[in-house]
Ligand binder design. Sequence first.
Ligand SMILES: Nc1ncnc2c1ncn2[C@@H]1O[C@H](COP(=O)(O)OP(=O)(O)O)[C@@H](O)[C@H]1O
Ligand SMILES: [Mg+2]
Length: 296
Amino acid sequence: MSGEESTASGAVAGTAAGPLAGVAAQPGVPKPDAILVADGVTRSFGGLRAVDVAHLEVQRGAITALIGPNGAGKTTLFNLLTGFDRPDSGEWSFDGRSLAGRRAHQVARSGMVRTFQLTKALSRMTVLDNMRLGAMGQAGESFWRGLIPPLWAGQEKENTARAMDLLRRFKLDAKCHEYAGSLSGGQRKLLEMARALMAQPTMVMLDEPMAGVNPALTQSLLGHVKELREEGMTVLFVEHDMDMVHDISDWVVVMGQGRVIAEGTPDSVMADPEVIDAYLGKHHDDVATDSSEGDS
Ligand SMILES: Nc1ncnc2c1ncn2[C@@H]1O[C@H](COP(=O)(O)OP(=O)(O)O)[C@@H](O)[C@H]1O
Ligand SMILES: [Mg+2]
């Protein structure tokens, strides 16, 4: 590590602080210290090109928000980059290592861990057991069922201690012996984030971590995300609430119809007419007064 802890957390409205200062607000723009670099990543479902990302770089140690209307391809991009789905084409590297073709647990082992838009806490396991699973990275439930006993041997004490530390931090320690299925939606989101941290990642990708979380928990979730950055982690998260995006992001990437259509500081992106358009969607046909006729 560089010892220099100058994260971009001092970001002032309008200008990117720290390492992202001076980076142009352009789709695909290079970053001074990119931890994740993707090229030509595409994925179609039938005739629909869900993801078509020509070039994308994510800055190390920063919080980057990935925004865009429903169906823009955000979750599919997460799935591709983390090995939960296969692209039709494309290359990407994480921390200098190519990850294309890697499976989810290999991706997790390399330090990039994600959470899901729909939480995947295993509801008929206790909160603590969910955490212990997180220590081994990510894979499907059936994969774990076969592997848990041998992998736990020897490491159980350490993992349990680490799990309890994280559960305390996320205020879930009192629930450690309850089934994950008994938690509220918001608590499950917290559990998922805590579980992701069990793998000791360098980068976490959070797919709508605040969705369905009540306002009281939202604040603590936001605080946790900021803490991750303070600890030197890289965060890429999907969020619809622009106030939250504005509050915690150093950089914002906007997707529309599978492509990266804009990126920049929260302020520059939110003032971008193309971004506003993407969110307004087709409604602009109804309200536009200055556009030329019928080209879309
Ligand atoms: N497994 C799938 N099969 C068919 N279409 C899919 C599948 N996953 C996603 N899509 C489609 O791909 C597009 C992008 O979806 P998604 O990545 O979930 O968008 P977002 O997360 O930005 O809302 C949508 O049109 C969606 O319906
Ligand atoms: Mg999604």
